[in-house]
Design a protein around this ligand. Sequence first.
Ligand SMILES: Cc1cc2nc3c(=O)[nH]c(=O)nc-3n(C[C@H](O)[C@H](O)[C@H](O)COP(=O)(O)OP(=O)(O)OC[C@H]3O[C@@H](n4cnc5c(N)ncnc54)[C@H](O)[C@@H]3O)c2cc1C
Length: 441
Amino acid sequence: MRTAVVIGAGIAGLAAARVLTDRFDQVVVLDRDTLPAEAVPRRGVPQGAHGHVLLLAGQRALDGLFPGLLSFLVREGATDFDPGQDLSIYRYGIIWPRAATGMRLLSFSRPLLELTLRERLLEGSQVEIRSEVAVSGLVAGESGQVTGVRLDDGSVLPAELVVDCSGRGSRSDRWLAAFGYRGPAVSEVKIGVGYATQLYRRSPGDLHEGEAVFVMPTAPGGKRAGLVLPIEGDRWLISLGGWHGAYPKDEAGFAEHASSLPHPAPARLLGSCEPLSDLTCYSFPSSRRRHFEDVTRVPGGYVALGDAICSFNPIYGQGMTCAALEAVALGELLDEYRSPSPALSAAFYRRAAEIIATPWQFASGGDFAYPETLGDRPRGIGLLNKYSRQIQLAAQVDLDVRKAFTGVQQMVLPPSVLKRPSMIWNVLRAARKAPGRRALS
Ligand SMILES: Cc1cc2nc3c(=O)[nH]c(=O)nc-3n(C[C@H](O)[C@H](O)[C@H](O)COP(=O)(O)OP(=O)(O)OC[C@H]3O[C@@H](n4cnc5c(N)ncnc54)[C@H](O)[C@@H]3O)c2cc1C
């Protein structure tokens, strides 16, 4: 019997497990947390209480793995919206004019997504999810091939493939060092980001600007961001956050942060809607990327996936999408390589690095617009940031630029579309007419 073990039942673990069910006789997902029977936040993923936006590429990937997922989420109360028409964006000095992009996103809570994926996964008869089971290490044969996991109670669960989806805190460096493997180099970008989130009752007519709101500050002076999402259960999820300590830490700070934003909606909703939860806070000191793709000797029978490889600044909303795309890539490579060899692991890390490259550059580019940001600065970021600012100004007035920018941001278009000569010409021409330029000068 071919068995695969997945460590962690977060979004990465559930997507990976779905891919493995088509390729192994048995798939066992282990999570040290208690997994709730309802769509509520849980201790093992404290970020779950905060706003989670699934980018279009992630939606498509997850809907491909779990057919019917999106329509199910809509039936459960998720809101369907166009990120140009129904999302009211404040960025670079103005609330952007509405412009239909033809793209459809869904807004829901992270716990609803997780619960739905868990339930869908369990429809497969060969899958088992064991909660309250912690993995404490790996087991390997003499050749160094990983052959299973060791559990906290000392028992061993044999597996032909172990997929480590234990998140940002993955202990794989220590686990693999026990068999003589060197851990990957780490890129870290210190951003001092934090979030505070509260849920409110949602009634028709609460918001006039659109279905959802996103406020992005203009670096380096502005550091405060805001996100308003309509989620299932007729609720507003309001997450207020920022860079380098500029985020609320208590209820008074939450209200003050909302009223300081250059968009009226968050403060208006706070003042008029009934709170349905306590305020929850979260701090995220740094983005962290582990370069498994550069490791010369990786073990067969083991791959890390999701936040265990790369944990992005959450404000850009890329983590779940990258995890889903990596899971899809793992499935394709399993079909190509057949057995979980070191070559398969190395090929997987190369593919994962390709998936991560653009979102990492996009996120760290934005982060290094703040002089307080410390860490591994990607080369050429100054020039890229200057062009990125022109693109976003141009997107305020030019529909083609807006669609291309949104497509790249949603990871469904390659960044090269923004570098074509005709697009550069459009961007530079349109940026000169952008109202945001006047507001910034
Ligand atoms: C505040 C915040 C907001 C975010 N917003 C967004 C967003 O808008 N869009 C987006 O795409 N992403 C967002 N993210 C990122 C997103 O949460 C992750 O990228 C995504 O969930 C993938 O994570 P994962 O499954 O790899 O890890 P996690 O979600 O951290 O799951 C890891 C799982 O492993 C389990 N585990 C850990 N160690 C062990 C062990 N030893 N044994 C057994 N089980 C173990 C944990 O209990 C947990 O269930 C946000 C993150 C934060 C912090």
